[in-house]
Write a protein that binds this ligand. Structure first.
Ligand code: CP
Length: 315
């Protein structure tokens, strides 16, 4: 059975709201599917997949800024033959005060079948899934979840670490408390057998020591010791998580990643970052551009992962 057929056989869900709705075998099948699509796309041979979503209308509703997620969902949907409607909030009646649910019901009535939703409120995609007939894909809801980012992170890590994550130590450093990426990554990586070591100022990692498969480290050196891979998170300046300039400087001194910090991880351990990066705050520009950085690879994998998810939901 092809990776595509195997993945389709495992997906019965109508919405994709977070990775915690997927079992380990569903996660693995989805990553295999995405890897196959990535190879076929890079060879210019998507074959019959280019028409799989013909007749399907997908709305992109981004209530928060995005580059990677929005562009990769749009490319993925178009390359699979879907009609794509950009529901830019600034140009819609949302700017006149229309509620989220009313806006979603309106676009459903125009013929949109699937909505890719990014929203600043945790739970917004769940509300739309309950209140409308749309299929809902969560493209990031407040600090809660970012499931397709978790899939592309897992795919990137799997490739870099030889195919499986069982027994691997993945360090995630930074503003975990405000990070939807970290929360979804924790679900995906631990379900795939990895141990996750979290590092960051106490307020940013508080409570996570209770997650199965997760350990909280008290210093950057302790977080990176024996790490097979390192992910640093964006300090979310727009959510006021960074505090004043003084505390940002303190953060960089204690938790910012540079070449010396990376030397505490296992030799050759790759570096990931979901983007966009604050160079000079959570990592140096040199490290972001270094050979061990997989930041560009994560972005490229995002298109294949979103293709896989769109096909699985439509299938
Ligand atoms: N990683 C991520 O979600 O990036 P964007 O905000 O650019 O989509």
């Amino acid at each position: 059975m092809s990776a595509v057929a195997a993945a389709e056989a495992t997906w019965t869900t109508r919405h994709f709201l977070d990775v915690d709705q997927l079992s380990r075998s569903q996660l693995e099948a989805t990553l295999n599917h995405a890897a196959e699509l990535r190879e076929r796309r890079s060879a210019g041979d998507l074959g019959e997949s280019t028409s799989r979503l013909v007749g399907h209308t997908i709305g992109l509703a981004f209530y928060e800024p995005s580059t990677r997620t929005r562009v990769s969902f749009e490319l993925a949907a178009r390359e699979l033959g879907a009609t794509v409607v950009d529901l830019s909030v600034a140009g819609s009646s949302v700017a006149k005060g229309e509620s989220l649910v009313d806006t979603m019901l309106t676009i459903e009535r125009t013929g949109v079948q699937t909505v890719v939703l990014r929203h600043s409120a945790a739970g917004a995609p769940y509300l739309v899934a309950r209140s409308t007939g749309l299929r809902v894909l969560n493209a990031g809801d407040g600090p809660h979840a970012h499931p397709t980012q978790a899939l592309l992170d897992a795919l990137t890590l799997r490739d870099a670490l030889g195919g499986m994550l069982d027994g691997r130590s993945i360090a995630i450093v930074g503003d975990v408390a405000h990070s939807r990426v970290a929360r979804s990554d924790l679900h995906a990586l631990t379900r795939l057998g990895a141990q996750v070591i979290l590092g960051g100022p106490p307020a940013w990692v508080a409570g996570f020591q209770h997650w199965p498969g997760v350990r909280v480290a008290a210093s950057l050196r302790a977080a990176l010791r024996d790490a097979d891979a390192v992910m640093t998170l964006r300090v979310q300046l727009e959510r006021a998580a960074g505090g004043g300039t003084g505390s940002l400087r303190e953060y960089t001194r204690s938790w910012g990643l540079d070449d010396e910090g990376m030397s505490w991880a296992r030799p050759g351990a790759p570096l990931l970052h979901p983007g966009p990066t604050n160079e000079g705050i959570e990592l140096t520009a040199e490290l972001a551009a270094s050979e061990r950085s997989l930041i560009g690879r994560q972005v490229t994998n995002g298109v294949a992962v979103r293709m896989a998810v769109l096909l699985l939901l439509a299938g």
